[in-house]
Design a protein around this ligand. Structure first.
Ligand code: NAD
Ligand code: MG
Length: 328
């Protein structure tokens, strides 16, 4: 190869790489455009009836068909929670996992609590947090234990170096046709998990939080419109809504906002681990105006918005995500 040919080849390569370099931002802009293009919410996710697929409690989302979408491949952050420190209960799967992924992609360090039987799901989440270069603190343990709840908050605060965001999201839900079928043990466990743990955790967290901090509770459409087969669970969800509003009044003077998210039918392990009556999974979400169940990923942005200081005048409020039913 002559020097001249060499030079010509080099120039050609340089021109090509220049064109490629110029093409990158264009391509990126197009990808961004595609990601933010309007999407029909009816067809964004499957509306196929789900197959029966019972799992023993607490259920693993990796074993579900289809596997719920918690935003693993879709959520894009923009630094809205840079440097914040969050504790999320039930952060291993479902709606809590969607909040955790979104928080980490927005720049937060996150501690998650989950039941020890959920270690595989929790490990998946830990990897997703670390992939963002954020700190992941895993604190497995049983929320029906008061001493554990107190220790959970203290450990999370210590290991994160502070606590700016608390998401009380874990819950126990077992569908039973009649009050006759709800055992004293089930009633006790539902209230312990959904109400007592929220109180124990929040009471421990508040003195550790500073002005600008945010508490977000996961309520439900059952908070205002109880499902007939969810008497004990709906009772706790009504309590969570009132606790949210009452606590917001108290903590406003400390500069801490308290809000809640109230989901409708969302495809998560809760539903396959006793959350629905046997034989009913095929109907799950089908009667909403959007004609399908929601996916956890569709709620992540709500938790981010409530956690960030942007919604600074939003306090003591409850936000629905229920496919058009208008219940909340
Ligand atoms: P999920 O099963 O993914 O999450 C519930 C989590 O609760 C579990 O992952 C588990 O870690 C935690 N948990 C329960 N008992 C526990 C205990 N004793 N100790 C430690 N952890 C415990 O299901 P999800 O649907 O994402 O549930 C998250 C929240 O969303 C719950 O508050 C639920 O009531 C609420 N919600 C869900 C729906 C829905 O259709 N999926 C609708 C309305 C409200
Ligand atoms: Mg789970």
């Amino acid at each position: 190869m002559s020097d001249q040919t060499n030079r010509r080849t080099l120039l050609k390569l340089a021109a090509m790489s220049g064109a490629a370099a110029a093409a990158v931002p264009m391509g990126a802009a197009r990808a961004q455009e595609t990601a933010t293009a309007p999407v029909d919410p009816q067809s964004k996710y499957t509306s196929e009836p789900f197959k029966e697929q019972p799992q023993p409690w607490p259920g693993l989302q990796s074993k579900m068909d289809p596997v719920p979408d918690c935003g693993e491949t879709s959520y894009r952050g923009s630094g809205r929670l840079a440097g914040r420190r969050a504790l999320v209960t039930g952060g291993d799967s479902g709606i809590g996992r969607a909040a955790v992924i979104a928080f980490a992609r927005e720049g937060a360090d996150v501690a998650i609590n989950y039941h020890p039987d959920e270690e595989p799901d929790a490990q998946d989440v830990a990897k997703l947090i670390k992939d963002e270069g954020r700190k992941a603190v895993l604190i497995p343990g049983d929320l029906t234990d008061q001493a554990f709840c107190v220790d959970l908050v203290q450990r999370a605060e210590r290991e994160l170096g502070g606590l700016d965001i608390l998401v009380n999201n874990a819950a126990y839900q077992q569908s039973k046709k009649s009050i006759d079928d709800i055992s004293f043990e089930q009633f006790d466990r539902t209230l312990k998990t959904n109400l007592y743990a929220m109180f124990w955790i929040t009471k421990t967290a508040v003195p550790l939080m500073k002005p600008g901090a945010a508490i977000i509770n996961t309520a439900s459409v059952n908070s205002v419109s109880p499902g007939e087969e969810l008497l004990d669970y709906a009772t706790t969800k009504g309590g969570i809504a009132i606790f949210t509003k009452g606590l917001a009044k108290q903590l406003a003077k400390k500069g801490i906002r308290v809000n809640a998210v109230a989901p409708g039918p969302i495809w998560t392990p809760l539903q396959v681990a006793g959350g629905q009556l046997p034989g009913k999974l095929g109907e799950f979400g089908q009667d909403t105006p959007l004609g399908r169940a929601g996916q956890p990923a569709e709620l992540g942005p709500l938790y981010v918005a409530l956690a960030s200081g942007e919604l600074s005048y939003t306090d003591g409020s409850i936000f629905g995500a229920n496919g058009g039913t208008g219940i909340v």
